[in-house]
Design a protein around this ligand. Structure first.
Ligand code: ATP
Length: 481
């Protein structure tokens, strides 16, 4: 959890700030860590993502640019499906939550009132010897830039300055007038607070209610890296849940459980995810509680989402700055209430990374063959169904294309006629397609196809008409095998 408007932090002495964003697994901790580290490293995943069209280095033909990444044909589908699952479960399926899509560039006054202009800072350290710039609290995993250097990695020979506060907002000039500046939003949440009255009044909402939003955020991070874990441009899925002050703690506990359950519902394995209660002494001064949802990354446990109980802090700050009454009148008691807020704030790009890490497997089959497979939950797999003709003749390609188009309205489908069937299965395994249907001679006689399951590799004969229901049922019951 890191938010704006912390009270000024005492600058800590240099040399002792060596905290990584990852915590190592405790010896008795999650069983998956050693296995995961052996199965997949970020380097292996980065290379698979490039090879199979999930994520590419941005500006690659120019040599790349500052840890920025582009989502390729399969990456964009994976990201959209995760966002769709979140939107469906967190907004559409709930009677008490509505959606919003607010602007990235807002009045600069928004960011002054929210505290981001004054306080959205990270501690920056310079090294006079290697000319490196480091985040003081992440010195350990930030190697010196001028290799080979005496101080590589350990900073033993670095000549470090005292930490100073570095504001992470990206400034931008608005229009042609010099000095008319604003900022790219560093979080989506403030657009929700500034629209509190618009949303509550237009939708006639009563407490408790929530407002969800998905969109890009920008932070001029001092240190980026670990593939798409930390980037300067990223996407967030945030929800502000407004409740009565006396219901704040209970609402917070409710959302922590909801969010952990949601990660399970998209297939993240139980042993790789946990809720980590933030010590009250580490809370922002206005927060009453915060739990980080953490994932077991190859480097250890790290944040995936923060669920924070932010009290009435944001509404009060915007009310003070604008003179507007950002409150709700209880229709029964006629009493004005400034709602308290619980905020589950997730990083969409970080969930893409987690979905890939969690799904990755290198399997040795009984036959001795090996296969690379991504065990995505069918809800988020970039492609749910691949349809193949057994051979490129006898009307099979036409039939296979017809099936693909028929089911495209229900889930993402693709068509592939290249190479032997076994090779086509392996290609789909590697991009995580849970089901493959093959059209053969029998299909033309009885309208059935062979349906192959990615995880069990079992094949069954299914009527074309029943294919959609069969896949929906399997998706509902899916568990990692
Ligand atoms: P971190 O400690 O990892 O920097 P944070 O505590 O600053 O994260 P929040 O401000 O709580 O993060 O934002 C909510 C979520 O947004 C985070 O849990 C994370 O998933 C995502 N997020 C934040 N910063 C980045 C970033 N630079 N790149 C990718 N995702 C990010």
């Amino acid at each position: 959890m890191r938010r704006a408007n912390e009270p000024p932090q005492p600058v800590k002495p240099r040399g002792v700030l060596k905290q990584s964003p990852f915590k190592k697994a405790e010896p008795s901790g999650a069983a998956r860590y050693p296995t995961l580290a052996m199965v997949v490293t970020l380097d292996v995943l980065t290379s698979l993502c490039k090879r199979r069209g999930f994520v590419f280095q941005a500006s690659e033909i120019y040599g790349g640019f500052e840890s920025t990444w582009d989502y390729g044909p399969l990456g964009v589908e994976l990201k959209r499906r995760i966002a769709d699952a979140w939107w469906r479960d967190t907004v559409l399926a709930r009677e008490d939550v509505v959606g919003l899509d607010s602007a990235i560039i807002q009045s600069p006054r928004v960011w002054e009132a929210s505290g981001h202009v004054g306080g959205f800072n990270d501690p920056l350290i310079d090294c006079k010897a290697c000319k490196g710039r480091f985040r003081a609290d992440q010195l350990e995993e930030s190697p010196c830039p001028n290799k080979p250097s005496k101080c590589v990695g350990q900073h033993d020979a670095c000549d470090l300055t005292e930490p100073r506060q570095f504001n992470m907002m990206f400034q931008t000039q608005v229009g042609p007038v010099d000095g008319n500046i604003s900022y790219l939003r560093p979080e989506t949440a403030q657009g929700i607070f500034t629209n509190f009255l618009n949303i509550q009044q237009s939708m006639r909402l009563k407490l408790p209610f929530g407002v969800g939003q998905i969109g890009k955020s920008f932070r001029n991070e001092i240190v980026t890296g670990n593939f798409i874990f930390r980037t300067r441009e990223f996407e967030q899925m945030e929800m502000e849940y407004f409740c009565r002050p006396e219901e704040g703690m209970e609402t917070h506990a409710y959302w922590v459980k909801e969010r952990l359950d949601w990660y399970r519902s998209i297939g993240i394995q139980d042993e790789n995810i946990r809720g980590e209660v933030i010590d009250p002494k580490d809370l922002a001064h206005y927060a009453k509680a915060c739990t980080d949802i953490e994932y077991m990354y190859p480097a250890g446990w790290g944040e995936l989402e923060g669920v924070a109980y932010r009290t009435d802090y944001d509404l009060t700050k915007h009310a003070e700055a604008t003179g507007k009454k950002l409150a709700w009148m209880d229709p029964q008691t006629k009493e004005w209430i400034v709602p308290h807020v619980v905020e589950p704030a997730a990083g969409l790009s970080r969930i893409v990374l987690v979905a890939l890490l969690d799904a990755y497997d290198d399997e040795t089959l009984e036959s001795g063959d090996t296969r690379n497979v991504l065990h995505f939950h069918p809800r988020i797999a970039p492609i749910t169904l691949a349809v193949f003709p057994l051979v490129k003749k006898e009307g099979m390609p036409e039939k296979a294309r017809e099936i693909m188009k028929r089911y495209l309205d229900r889930f993402p489908c693709t068509y592939d006629q290249g190479g032997a069937i076994g090779r086509r299965y392996r290609r789909q395994d590697e991009i995580g397609t849970p089901f493959c249907a093959t059209v053969d001679g029998q299909t033309l006689e009885d309208d059935t196809v062979t349906l192959r399951d990615r995880d069990t590799m079992e094949q069954v004969r299914v009527k074309i008409d029943a294919l959609g229901d069969w896949i929906d049922a399997r998706t509902r019951d899916w568990s990692r095998t």
